[in-house]
Design a protein around this ligand. Structure first.
Ligand code: BGC
Length: 731
């Protein structure tokens, strides 16, 4: 049994940023960093919002943080008690990750006795616009207490400030802050209403962009003073009457009361775990890390929308511009496909609805078809900058080619859609625009093909594969194979067309010359060059010329570092001219297409590339772990699985790319941990329309149990060291 709780005892100011990620709570609409109520900008508190962005000047466009409606601190006998300034006598924070409830318990010494503050809060899973907090105060002596609570409109931003104006008001005892954004004049509204178990004299204070209620109490020793806060968050994108709804929500929730609201929230979490919990007998630490990882995926699942995706750092802040990468389709999607297919559909619908953006991007570079954004924001706008890394040595921005050359992104979108089709057995996404996405992505790759006069094959030149340290290479094995996959999918989709709605059929036939496309695609399918395993070595060259790069050990390369934050790739990065790669590349390809290679080739490439991989991206370890499972090496897979599953628990992930802060949660790594457990160790996959298992459990795992949706039906999976059972659950 695991206890579903992580905690940190004692106060360490060095951990403030890491804890903000590690103790995050969220409900898909918003994420609240694991920060304390009294924290201000300098401690990076954030109520990070999904799918709404703003840009100030030429700075990076990034998602919005809402005004902080949780803002609260106490003064006692005229002395203010706030972390990190006032060191506490005792302090701990905890997260119940079964139910997404964050708590803090802090006491300070005060003349003549201790004072204690306890608080718990959650982002309601039952009502996406609602945050609720219980805040309690106790002292060992009588004294004059002031609880300051309100909304802090001094919002922490990386590239802000995003609010040109912050309108503060109190009406009918509801405090309200409305932030007006810079770029689109969107409005973000936060309302709060309080309820207490004590009487007080209230003063309303505004300090800059802070709206504070100051509750004055003559406090008695030993008595618990309890404050309940109901906070609503809406934006003008939530419909016409968002202001009214925000006010009504806090009033109604206050009427329901804290316990009732909390119980409803817990009931939704229990419903989620009833399908998604993974049981591992024999290894509690792995079970904890795995379910903690999927906790984070639940916190950022856009259940409130029907077309929205997940940012690379989830809802933990503004790093990576709140943008959607290939992380979603290649690393997070399977968790949702297996446990909540409706969310998988929402994620992919976002790609369908941003097809126009992808076509525009292709056109911008002079290509046909759809070139999806490397860092996608709303409408498919590519937030990736041409200068995405700041050089630590010169302070200048470096030209990077992620946006223009990482063409494998379009294939990832197609991969997601086809995986949805296969795992749900449903053609709804194809009908709702998926088929156009597949054809447009195929046309994009078709347009990029290069044919040398003396060679009877097509190639793809000047790309960046998953390993971003080697820019502008030819014939990256992963990219070529994924382009071929896209072409194969387009052929498959054309053949599936007669099974789709008649209106869709005629629309697609009108728009595309399908007979001609079939001929072209079949030709590409047979002639697109896929680098082959070396006849003697069995090694697949990552790209043309990789073999000729400098052979250097990872540790020796590290020894060449001149600055701890220097970027390893780009024009003169220390890895660029060597065989050291950032993340799984050929190994990712082999993992996806393992059936096309012999066991020997899979093993040889794993053994060749693993020591040459920095694992400088949190996306890397799980791909190696999964291929290790396919090579029957659970003992090699296990530490890599743990690395993925604990990336947010340990907080050891990379925090910097050049001078750019890239910290936050790592949902792709969480998704990778899930994939490794369920698809790697348990070996769950589908074959000829059936769900099957090919398990290779780690030695100390005596049993793995989980539930998985396949083609609309929920299945119970039970794996032991010598048996695998998959059975349908009859409702
Ligand atoms: C990785 C990419 C990834 C991005 C967002 C980068 O460091 O190299 O593969 O998509 O981070 O997670």
């Amino acid at each position: 049994m695991i206890n579903w709780r992580i905690e940190e005892i004692g106060f360490d100011p060095e951990q403030i940023t890491t804890n903000g990620n590690k103790f995050l709570v969220g409900n898909g609409y918003l994420g609240i960093r694991g920060t304390l109520q009294e924290y201000e900008k300098t401690e990076f508190p954030a109520i990070n919002l999904a799918g709404i962005y703003d840009q100030v000047g030429d700075a990076w466009r990034e998602p919005l943080n809402a005004p902080n409606g949780l803002y609260t601190y106490v003064t006692f006998n005229d002395k203010q008690f706030c972390l990190p300034m006032d060191m506490p006598a005792d302090h701990s924070i905890s997260l119940n990750y079964r139910h997404g409830i964050f708590t803090r318990d802090t006491s300070w010494y005060c003349d003549g006795g201790a004072i204690t503050v306890n608080a718990e809060r959650f982002a309601s899973m039952d009502e996406k616009h609602l945050i609720v907090m219980k805040y309690s105060f106790q002292s060992e002596i009588d004294g004059e207490l002031q609880i300051h609570t309100g909304i802090d409109g001094e919002v922490w931003d990386i590239n802000g400030p995003h609010y040109d104006e912050m309108l503060l008001s109190v009406e009918n005892n509801i405090a309200k802050a409305i932030g007006i954004t810079h770029e689109s004049k969107d409005q973000v509204i936060v309302c709060e209403s309080i309820h207490t178990n004590f009487t007080y004299v209230e003063q309303i204070i505004t300090e800059g962009r802070k709206l504070i209620r100051c509750l004055n109490i003559s406090a008695k020793a030993g008595k618990t003073y309890q404050l309940y806060k109901y906070i609503s968050v809406y934006t003008s994108k939530d419909g016409m009457d968002f202001d009214l709804q925000a006010c009504n929500l806090v009033s109604n929730s206050k009427y329901l009361g804290y316990l009732e609201v909390r119980n409803k929230h817990i009931a939704v979490w229990e419903e989620k775990w009833s399908v998604s919990e993974v049981f591992i007998e024999g290894d509690d630490a792995s079970m904890e890390a795995l379910n903690y990882s999927t906790y984070h995926l639940h916190c950022i699942a856009p259940r409130h929308a029907d077309s929205l995706s997940i940012a690379a750092r989830g809802l933990s802040g503004q790093t990576y511009k709140g943008a959607v990468f290939w992380d979603t389709e290649m690393f997070m999607l399977d968790f949702f496909l297996f446990t909540e297919p409706a969310v998988a559909k929402t994620l992919l619908k976002y790609r369908i609805d941003t097809l126009e953006g992808a076509k525009k991007k292709a056109k911008h570079y002079g290509y046909e078809g759809a070139f999806y954004a490397w860092e996608s924001q709303e409408g498919g706008y590519d937030a990736c900058s041409d200068y995405n890394v700041t050089d630590v040595f010169t302070g200048r921005q470096m030209r990077t080619y992620f946006k223009d050359k990482q063409i494998h992104i379009s294939a990832a979108v197609v991969y997601g859609i086809m995986r949805y089709v296969d795992y749900t057995g449903n053609y709804d996404l194809l009908t709702e625009g998926g088929i156009e996405v597949i054809l447009e992505c195929a046309n994009f790759y078709y347009d990029l093909l290069v044919k040398k006069v003396h060679l009877e094959r097509y190639e793809l030149h000047d790309v960046i594969g998953p390993d971003e340290y080697h820019e502008r290479v030819n014939n990256n094995a992963y990219t070529n194979r994924m382009a071929k996959y896209t072409i194969e999918s387009a052929i498959r989709a054309i053949k599936l067309l007669p099974k789709l709605d008649e209106n869709v059929q005629s629309k697609v036939r009108e728009q595309y010359k399908l007979d001609m496309l079939l001929i072209l695609y079949q030709d590409v399918n047979s002639n697109l060059y896929i680098p082959k395993p070396g006849s003697e070595t069995g090694i697949i060259e990552q790209f043309d010329g990789y073999e000729k790069l400098e052979e250097v050990g990872l540790e020796e390369l590290r020894g060449r570092i001149l600055h701890e934050k220097e970027y390893w790739g780009g024009a003169y990065g220390i890895a660029s001219h060597t065989k050291i790669i950032k993340q799984a590349d050929v190994v990712t390809m082999l993992n996806l297409f393992s059936g096309e290679y012999s066991d020997e080739v899979l093993l040889k490439n794993w053994e060749y590339y693993e020591p040459r991989t920095e694992h400088g991206s949190s996306l890397s370890a799980c791909m190696y772990a999964m291929l290790a499972c396919k090579c029957n090496m659970p003992e090699k897979a296990f530490p890599l699985f743990l690395k993925s599953a604990t990336s947010d628990l340990s907080g050891h992930g990379k925090q910097w790319a050049g001078l750019i802060y890239i910290g936050g949660t790592h949902p792709a790594s969480s998704g990778g941990a899930y994939m490794t457990a369920v698809e790697g160790f348990a070996g769950i996959h589908h074959e000829n329309g059936k769900l099957v298992a090919r398990p290779v459990l780690p030695k100390n795992w005596s049993r793995l149990r989980c539930k998985v949706y396949y083609q609309g039906e929920l299945h119970q999976v039970e794996i032991t060291q010598d048996q695998a059972k998959i059975s349908k659950i009859n409702n």
